[in-house]
Design a protein around this ligand. Structure first.
Ligand SMILES: Nc1nc2c([nH]c(=O)n2[C@H]2C[C@H](O)[C@@H](COP(=O)(O)OP(=O)(O)OP(=O)(O)O)O2)c(=O)[nH]1
Length: 275
């Protein structure tokens, strides 16, 4: 088993987003020539596949991996099914603290792994944390857009955008940009009042950050929330519609691309399958 622990001076949910970023995985796993199958989106999501290869061009060893977990706790890549060999399982475990985030990367070689593969894994254990650090630093100065995962009675509140044209008809979580002098929690409460005419209480973090490319680059940061008054009825003040959705109907909505990357976290927030 090969293990490396590094500390990164950034919030755990920002590091978690960098850890599941396709660019990070492609750069950090370069020694194992990673190949996402099918081609992954901007962030890896559970169920995505990744082929890793080591050895020379003539006799490469291939290993198929599936993303088993990609959330605020880290990333888990393991062979599909019960087949644990060859060549390895990779686990990234993240812990947030006052001083930033501690990231431990563990590579568990499968049976019969040769020296060349072990050497490639060692390279990954150096390269991958470096790639995570680089992209995290790039994101840390970005403005934050807060998004509220409001849950009640096993349902999650989604809202449908009316504008701008590129987002019209798309479903998203209530929220918006954090204004100067405001905390993220205050921004959530204000946005939910403005958009839904209800008061919410912030219950905790939700999912990893998600990079948003619009307007020069922002970070979408989710928070789990609940209605202060459970009999209050959220209404679409600025949006086309609002809807309470159960876990099984979540994939049916036309979510904005950013929010689609949080579907697994939405399911977990509703008590569904988490890793
Ligand atoms: N509120 C929100 N914005 C999202 C989500 N997903 C997503 O990509 N975005 C993007 C859309 C925008 O490019 C950006 C900012 O969202 P916004 O338009 O709600 O922000 P805002 O209320 O502060 O904007 P504005 O008043 O200045 O128009 O974040 C989401 O789930 N909720």
């Amino acid at each position: 088993m090969l293990v490396r622990t590094v500390s990164i001076d950034a919030p755990v949910r920002t590091v978690a987003a960098a850890a599941r970023h396709t660019r990070t995985v492609l750069a950090g796993f370069a020694a194992l020539r990673p190949d996402p199958v099918p081609p992954a989106g901007e962030l890896l999501v559970p169920g995505d596949g990744l082929v890793l290869r080591s050895g020379g061009e003539l006799e490469p060893t291939r290993g198929s991996f599936v993303v088993r977990g990609a959330d605020e706790h880290g990333l888990l890549l393991a062979p599909p099914g019960a087949d644990r060999c060859p060549p390895a399982e990779f686990e990234v475990a993240l812990t947030g603290g006052a001083a930033g985030t501690s990231m431990t990367v563990t590579a568990r070689p499968g049976e019969g792994v040769g020296r060349a593969e072990l050497a490639a894994m060692e390279e990954v254990l150096d390269g991958y944390p470096a790639a995570v650090r680089e992209i995290t630093e790039e994101w840390c100065g970005r403005p934050v857009v807060v998004a509220a995962a409001i849950v009640d009675g096993g349902l999650l509140l989604a809202q449908q955008r009316r504008s701008p044209a590129r987002h019209a008809g798309g479903w998203e979580l209530p929220g918006g940009r954090v204004e100067a002098g405001e905390t993220e929690a205050q921004a959530m409460v204000r946005e939910c009042r403005e958009e839904l005419a209800v008061d919410v209480r912030v219950l905790g973090g939700f999912g990893t950050d998600v990079p948003v490319s619009a307007d020069g680059g922002m970070l979408l940061r989710g928070y789990l929330a609940g209605l202060r008054d459970r009999s209050a009825v959220p209404r679409p003040v600025e949006h086309r519609a609002v809807r309470w959705v159960g876990a099984d109907r979540l994939p049916e909505l036309e979510w904005l691309a950013t929010d689609r990357l949080l579907l697994d976290s939405m399911r977990s927030a509703l008590g569904g399958a988490a890793r």
